[in-house]
Ligand binder design. Structure first.
Ligand code: PAF
Length: 304
């Protein structure tokens, strides 16, 4: 059974003890409602570190006023069971007041890459993410922190923050885990009705369509965009964004031809039971062999 901490000072004492014992620390920050994607992060951490700590904290600072903070799924006991089954040693699950005491006044903010893609539609979201992640990283003092590729922009923003502020934790991006039909695992998938779940399969299909053309040698953005958008249109969907951006600098939009490592990122609302569920997903368009394999895997799932 992992040790569960709700207070910062108790968690810090535990971390100090790990440091004294010279244990390497792997950290997996989460908002709970864990699924196989999180399990993969924990698995990688336990295989690379002596001690893995997982945080569960639904961070109010990263939700906009009309977003799903109040109804965000909270499944604490299931989460702890999954964390235990993956062999992690500790869980940090503070209350909002414990994380942000009344006089808390600091915000961590990355400029530039937070202003495009999701940042353009969710003002303040990334400030909330960077503020909580910096605080959690300072508590966990990990050697490595594990984040999922599904939130590709989040990973790039956190990498930038860590680089600029010379934090000693290394950021490890773990490939997206997908359902049989290619849908990326997400805590928000549980909001989807059966019908909405069918429609959501258009999202991996649209990424796979572009990936397929790309692997056939197509580099033209107009053609890749058309193939991708066609898959969404078949389901009557219009993306919030569907954009090609330079991996090493997301502020740069690729709009003619792919000449360097590029990410195709999508945000798509799906109607479900009278509300709208926002899904995001991405693929990296690059011909290196590991990436090629993951594109092929997505294509075979999406079009089987
Ligand atoms: O990806 C998430 O679950 C959250 O954004 C994170 C990194 C745990 C920060 O609250």
């Amino acid at each position: 059974m992992p040790q569960v901490f709700t207070r910062r000072h108790e968690f810090l004492n535990y971390i100090k003890e790990q440091k004294r014992n010279r244990n390497s620390i792997g950290f997996v920050p989460t908002m709970g409602a864990l699924h196989a994607g999180h399990a993969q992060l924990i698995k990688q951490s336990t295989s690379e570190n002596n001690c893995t700590v997982v945080s569960i904290f639904v961070n109010p600072k990263q939700f906009g006023p009309t977003e799903d903070f109040a109804k965000y799924p909270r499944t604490f006991q299931n989460d702890v069971d999954l964390i235990e089954s993956m062999g992690a040693q500790a869980v940090f699950s503070p209350t909002v007041e414990e994380m942000y005491p009344p006089l808390f006044a600091t915000q961590v903010s990355v400029t530039g890459i937070t202003e495009v893609l999701c940042g353009a539609y969710r003002p303040g979201h990334f400030n909330g993410v960077t503020t909580v992640v910096m605080l959690l990283m300072n508590l966990a003092q990990a050697d490595k922190m594990y984040l999922g590729q599904k939130d590709f922009q989040q990973v790039q923003v956190i990498k930038k923050m860590v680089q600029d502020l010379v934090h000693s934790t290394s950021i490890i991006m773990v490939p997206t885990i997908r359902e049989q039909d290619g849908l990326a695992l997400s805590s928000r998938n549980r909001y989807l009705s059966e019908e909405a779940r069918q429609i959501a399969s258009a999202v991996p299909k649209s990424l796979a369509a572009a990936a397929k053309l790309f692997l056939q040698g197509e580099n033209n953005i107009a053609k890749l965009t058309k193939a991708s958008q066609q898959e969404l249109s078949k389901f009557g969907l219009e993306p919030q964004y569907l954009e090609f951006r330079k991996v090493s600098d997301l502020t740069i939009k690729i709009d003619t031809n792919i000449q360097e490592e590029t990410v195709l990122a999508i945000a798509q609302f799906i109607e479900s039971n009278g509300s709208k569920v926002r899904l995001i997903d991405n693929v990296i368009l690059d011909n290196n062999s590991t990436n090629k394999q993951s594109l092929e895997d997505l294509i075979s799932r999406a079009f089987s």
